[in-house]
Design a protein around this ligand. Structure first.
Ligand SMILES: [Mg+2]
Length: 190
């Protein structure tokens, strides 16, 4: 099977590290956290300054590397499909792809393909275009759009924010179980 995997808040703790760096930036500039997120100019400057450190230092989620390795060893293809994009930054020195590749290497993760710029409606379209059999994503908007395209999706919800669903996982061990259930269905279709 070809398994699609979102990166931010699915593989790693992005929201948490963004908040850590916002606090740091706020202290440096004598602002408060909300001032930054509510001001488009400050927000842009914050991300321009810290995006590299955020993506580099984001902590991988428990069992993510092991589960991806096991899924790959079973012959599945792993396609990372992410909204990360150089187009969000005027400072082109960031090279989000390279930063992401370094992060994967550091965490011992090997994948078959990395597809970036999958923001807005594009993620669901990419899932269809690349024949992703099952996508794993923490964003309920993506989840819904992917299902509408007739693809399967596991909603990764480790903060228990959304409603329960058959294809719902709160950690990577559960992801593995849901994928395996779909794996069985995939190869035993009549
Ligand atoms: Mg995400």
């Amino acid at each position: 099977m070809r398994i699609g995997v979102d990166i931010d808040d699915t593989m790693c703790r992005t929201t948490e590290i963004v908040h850590e760096y916002i606090e740091k930036y706020a202290q440096e500039h004598h602002l408060n956290d909300l001032d930054i997120m509510n001001d488009e100019v400050l927000k842009r400057e914050f991300f321009e300054t810290y995006i590299e450190q955020i993506y580099t230092n984001a902590v991988i989620k428990r069992s993510c590397a092991d589960v991806i390795r096991r899924l790959k060893n079973k012959g599945n293809e792993i396609y990372l499909v992410s909204a990360r994009s150089d187009t969000f930054f005027t400072n082109t020195k960031h090279h989000v792809l390279e930063i992401t590749e370094e992060w994967l290497k550091k965490n011992g993760i090997v994948v078959d393909q990395i597809i970036l710029d999958a923001f807005g409606d594009k993620k669901a379209e990419i899932c269809k275009k690349y024949h992703i059999d099952i996508m794993i994503d923490d964003n309920p908007f993506n989840y819904q759009k992917i299902l509408e395209k007739g693809c399967k999706c596991i909603l990764f919800d480790d903060r228990a924010k959304y409603s329960l669903d058959e294809n719902y996982a709160t950690n990577w061990i559960e992801v593995e179980k849901v994928v395996e259930k779909n794996y069985f269905d995939f190869f035993h279709r009549k």
